[in-house]
Structures are given as C-alpha cells and as structure tokens.
Design a protein around this ligand. Structure first.
Ligand code: S3P
Length: 163
C-alpha cells in the first residue's frame, strides 16, 4: 500500500484524523511532529527557540524520509515549505490535504500556546495561511473540506478516495 500523507495548516485535524483513519484501516501510523520530539528529545517550541526554524525544517525533512514505511503519516503544517519533502511524499504515496477555513482554524487554536508560528499577530497568521493554502492545493492529490464535518465524515471521504 502507498503511504497516505495528511497535509494541511496547523489545527486542521491532521493528527486526530490520522490516528482514527489508521485505526479504522488497521494500518501503521506516525505523526512527524511526534517523531521529531521523540527522536530529538526536545519540544518543538524549544527547537524553534534554541536553534530557529531552519533547524526544525531540517529535522522535518529527516523525519519524512525516515517514516516512509509507515502507512498513514500526519505531517506538520510546514511540510510544504521544502520541495524535497514534497518530492519524497509524491514518490512514496498519496497526499491528502485537509482544508479548514482560516476562521475555523482561528477558533480551534484560540488558546493554543504550543505552536511557535501561531504566536504572531492576526495579519501575519492570515498571510501565512494564504501563502500555505496555494501550496497545499498545488501538491494535494486529493482535497477534503473539513469545516462543519465530523471526524467520521472526513475519514469516510478519505476511505472513498483511496478505495
Ligand atoms: C508548523 C506546524 C506544527 C509544527 C511546527 C511548525 C508549521 O505542526 O510542525 O510548530 O510550520 O505550520 P501542526 O500542523 O501539527 O500544528
């Protein structure tokens, strides 16, 4: 089976959906952020704070290479920032983009303190969202619109797509 890669903006539900999808399909699952935390023994916020975003992106590329034998992979929202990552995912599987509107994401992440790139002002966040949006759309093999849908609805849509 090809690996199913879930991509999308922070707070779009990639981890929640990934765990449940893999469970339903009886497939192996990994989250690249968790993989980075476990292998580096550092929190993501600490990697950003101590070494900067570029170092985190290098960890991320190493992670996406190393998880290629998993069947369902949830990625960090910035996985699209490096073309190497996209090439690896394209060569190894299918990319499913979980699209959520900016308003939905803002609601979900209203109290979030863990994501370094969600700490800027609203204008910066919207700018990042818009820039990423076009990348997610460009690289997705399939787009699932998630606003107003239940986890079960979303999983069913992904299952329909891959079957
Ligand atoms: C990031 C998203 C985060 C995490 C890091 C950077 C991004 O993952 O990888 O904070 O650049 O969008 P989630 O998408 O799981 O929040």
């Amino acid at each position: 089976m090809q690996t199913i890669y879930l991509i999308g903006f922070m707070g779009s539900g990639k981890s929640t959906i990934g765990v449940r999808l893999a469970d339903k399909l009886g497939k192996s699952y990994v989250d690249t952020d968790e993989f980075i935390v476990n292998t580096s023994q550092q929190k993501i916020a600490d990697i950003f704070k101590n070494f900067g975003e570029d170092t985190f992106r290098n960890y991320e590329t190493k992670a996406i290479k190393e998880v290629s034998n998993y069947e369902v992979v949830s990625t960090g929202g910035g996985i699209v920032e490096k073309s190497d990552n996209l090439q690896i995912m394209k060569n190894n599987g299918l990319i499913v983009y979980l699209h959520a509107s900016f308003d939905e994401i803002s609601n979900r992440l209203e109290k979030d303190q863990t994501r370094p790139l969600w700490k800027s002002n609203d204008e910066e966040k919207l700018k990042l969202y818009r820039r990423r949006l076009s990348m997610y759309k460009q690289y997705a093999d399939h787009i699932v619109h998630t606003d107003g849908k239940t986890v079960d609805d979303i999983i069913q849509e992904i299952e329909n797509y891959i079957s």
